[in-house]
Design a protein around this ligand. Structure first.
Ligand code: ANZ
Ligand code: ZN
Length: 781
């Protein structure tokens, strides 16, 4: 097939990748299709430009929907999944998406997940996968544990149910060990700013210090994390998170412990989101009978337990500085606590003032700027062993195990004697066994736990009786490395052969939805870095350039969804208007990265446009030569479309095409075969079916996609006039047209004739002018 990628080619490579879909039973809707159509234009264009293009497709086929369907119908997930894949593949082919189907992958194929399991074992062997019993996010409806990234505003990312907490044995991946590199390497990526920012925030690096407060009349200490050691003299109380382990140790000395305990138990039930939200009423309770000592000035400060401090961030305890922190300020107002201003702003801003400034009420540090004081105060206490600089991250380790059936089995064995033992690599894939019941048990065990023949096995190390791990991997596992498998999908010795990997990586253009910012894109970067460290890949980052698709809303402006009944099926559109119309419409409907509502009326407009192109070719193919202006405009259009495709500005490319078409239809006698050929080639990536036919109509036997991409003749499109900016005393006042390459004198003369300039100049005299040819004339008056 002409559009399949070659692994040994002298051509430069171009790897453009679409986020692969979950093969849902509903098939694709027109929204999914928008990104695929766009990236297909790029693939076809790049091939014509002489690149060796890798443009593959596959299936992210593990996950809950297939399993839920199996629970409802008893049909094996494998069977329903394969049926869905067939259907979506049919849709993709019908739409003319030029994927290299020889490289198709499926995450549920044992030959594929063998490598997903292999990667897990590499993580395990490097200590990057560990067992934990900490309370995790638990979806009571999906009956499985979830990663932090899968909890959206307190709800399950899958089903929307409120997420609770549950203590459960889990496999957790140490993504935090890569926090710094995940942050640092964002710098070299050509990604949308918004996504970069979301990843930065999610990783949430914050630099500060841990400072020790002694508990009065005791040996115990409270260790707080602060990003503002410079405000230490303004600390007027301490807050412990309700989960803080110290509470247990001091409870005998707390005279109101019974009441405190009630508060603590209630707080633990609350959602994190509820606790930290800024505008929520702050609550807490003072621990009576004890106090802490501010190490800066020896003053005693009260100790509170309050749920606006989280147990698992920093040290789970804070030094509260109400004068310079909004949450502490609210709390201090409510409980009538002292507020001491220690940072003076330049402008005399009101409290709480959270910015930088000059220290006051801070002993020997008075007058120092707050930035310097951050390190000075830390160093000063550091000498007495009361503080040390620290870095904290918001990022948590990745809760990786799922208590569900339809996922990759985790290739580990539990042996009474040897502990946790890895399944030997030559025994991979560890196949998912068929089951009779898919129901999640809800007990925290996956349905696999009920298959005794599978669970009971021999320890690979000592040969004794052992049990298999029955948790499965999350859907994110298979998608964290799939882009590597396309490079070498048949390889049975490695995820991808070294030479091929070196040739194809990194992905040059990755197109997909913005909803993956903190999930898939973070996980894939993490795995990629681990693979880099073990020498399995040659690049630090997987996706060099990323672009997001704006979603397609339904005609009513709402999100397309089955329950709303407003989904548009591409099958219907293709049946009525043709695949090329669907492609043109989706690319023309608006800027690629913006959300836009579907309009069937506008679909008809796109159909008409293609009809007009068709007619123009039919009417004018007999004309041998084009008129000069027609030729010039044809080359200008060529220039515009090449540039627009490179920048993924498909809508403006098509708009320019339409403008040209208007002119051509008005001047049909001037339209000759030379211009028509160019027109057909330029439209081919957008409307491949029609253009292939038109190309034949113009007398060619070979495919239009075997043509080199046409180049614009720069001599022909050179502008004979250019617009230059006219400024008066540095302020822009007008734009004027001058002959290209015009001299200062010519430009001055034309500027002086402009009504605008006359008005702005009034009676003032021109003293001199500053002139940049073809760009700018600045009049100093
Ligand atoms: C004293 C202080 C004074 C603070 C001041 C801020 C301003 P980020 O940037 O998010 O890391 N903090 C520390 N641990 C916390 C926890 N477990 N739960 C809730 N809040 C916590 O913010 C760090 C700041 O958030 C820390 O610096 C601490 O308050 C608070 F003028 O310490 B700060
Ligand atoms: Zn053993």
């Amino acid at each position: 097939m002409a559009h399949w990628a070659s692994d040994d080619s002298k051509k430069p490579k171009f790897y453009n990748l679409d986020m692969f879909p979950y093969p849902s039973g509903a098939g694709l809707h027109v929204g999914h299709f928008k990104g695929y159509a766009a990236n297909d234009v790029v693939a076809r264009y790049k091939r014509m430009c002489g690149f060796n293009v890798l443009h593959p497709m596959g299936w992210d086929a593990f996950g809950l929907p297939a399993e839920n369907y199996a629970i409802k119908t008893g049909i094996q997930p494998e069977i329903s999944t394969n049926k869905n894949i067939e259907n979506i593949k049919r849709q993709m082919k019908m739409a003319g998406l030029s994927y290299d189907w020889s490289r198709e992958i499926n995450t549920t194929d044992p030959e594929y997940y063998k490598w997903t399991q292999w990667i897990f074992l590499q993580l395990f062997k490097r200590g990057l996968a560990y067992e934990s019993e900490l309370p995790i996010n638990w979806c009571p409806s999906c009956k499985t544990g979830l990663a932090n990234e899968e909890v959206v505003s307190g709800n399950c990312e899958r089903c929307g149910a409120p997420v609770g907490k549950k203590s459960l044995r889990q496999w957790v991946l140490k993504i935090t060990a890569y926090a710094d590199r995940l942050l640092e390497d964002l710098n070299g990526l050509d990604w949308p700013d918004r996504i970069i920012q979301m990843q930065r925030n999610w990783i949430g690096k914050s630099e500060g210090a841990e400072i020790k407060f002694k508990i009065k009349n005791s040996d115990l200490e409270i260790n707080v994390f602060t990003t503002r050691p410079d405000t230490l003299f303004g600390c007027t109380y301490i807050v412990l998170a309700p989960e803080h382990p110290l509470i247990e140790k001091i409870k005998d000395r707390v005279v109101n412990y019974k009441k405190a305990e009630e508060y603590i138990n209630a707080a633990k039930q609350k959602m994190e989101l509820e606790r930290v939200s800024l505008d929520k009423d702050k609550t807490g309770i003072k621990l009576e009978g004890i106090g802490a000592v501010n190490p800066a000035n020896g003053r005693e400060v009260p100790i509170f337990v309050a749920d606006y401090v989280l147990g698992h961030y920093g040290t789970g305890a804070i030094m509260a500085v109400p004068a310079h922190d909004a949450r502490d300020f609210d709390f201090a107002k409510k409980y009538n606590l002292e507020i001491i201003e220690v940072i003076k702003s330049k402008t005399g801003a009101a409290l709480p003032y959270e910015g930088a400034g000059m220290l006051a009420n801070s002993g020997e540090f008075n007058g120092m700027d707050s930035e310097t004081a951050k390190t000075r105060v830390t160093d000063w206490l550091g000498e007495k062993n009361l503080a040390r600089p620290t870095i904290n991250y918001k990022l948590r380790d990745w809760v990786f195990s799922r208590q569900r059936y339809w996922g990759e089995p985790i290739p580990l064995v539990h042996c009474q004697k040897c502990g946790v033992v890895a399944v030997p690599e030559d025994q991979l894939p560890l196949r998912l066994p068929p089951v009779e019941r898919y129901q999640p048990t809800g007990t925290g065990e996956s349905p696999l736990a009920a298959i005794h023949e599978w669970v009971n096995t021999k320890c690979p190390k000592c040969g004794g009786a052992a049990k298999r791990e029955t948790n499965t991997m999350p859907q994110w596992a298979g998608s964290s490395w799939y882009y590597l498998r396309y490079i070498d999908p048949e390889n049975s010795d490695a995820i991808a052969g070294a030479e091929k990997e070196k040739y194809w990586m990194p992905v040059d253009l990755y197109v997909g939805g913005a909803e993956h910012a903190a999930l898939h894109l973070l996980y894939a970067r993490f795995w990629h870095k681990v693979l880099f460290d073990i020498g399995a890949v040659s690049t630090k980052e997987p996706f060099q350039k990323l672009r997001n698709i704006g979603i397609v809303l339904a005609e009513d402006g709402q999100k397309m969804s089955k329950s709303r009944g407003n989904v548009v099926n591409p099958d219907d559109i293709i049946k009525e208007y043709g695949a090329d119309t669907l492609r043109i419409y989706e690319l023309f409907m608006g800027p690629f990265d913006q959300a836009i509502a579907w309009s069937t009326d506008a679909v008809r407009g796109s159909r008409k446009f293609l009809g007009r192109v068709w007619n123009l070719v039919a009417d004018c193919a007999k004309n041998e030569k084009s008129g000069e202006e027609m030729l010039r405009r044809g080359h200008k259009l060529n220039q515009k479309i090449s540039g627009d495709i490179e920048q993924l500005k498909f809508n403006t490319a098509i708009a320019a095409y339409m403008e040209f078409l208007n002119f051509a239809e008005d001047n049909k006698n001037d339209v000759g075969k030379d211009v028509l050929q160019r027109l057909v080639m330029l439209l081919a990536p957008f409307a491949p079916h029609i253009c292939e036919e038109l190309w034949q109509k113009l007398g060619h036997n070979e495919s239009v996609f075997e043509q080199p991409w046409p180049q614009a003749d720069q001599n022909l499109i050179k502008e004979d006039t250019v617009e230059i900016i006219v400024q008066i005393n540095g302020k822009m006042r007008d734009k004027i047209s001058v002959p290209a390459g015009a001299s200062r004198e010519e430009a001055e003369k034309i500027a002086k004739d402009s009504e605008f300039i006359k008005k702005w100049l009034g009676k003032s005299q021109i003293k001199k002018t500053i002139f940049v040819p073809d760009r700018l004339l600045n009049i100093v008056a």
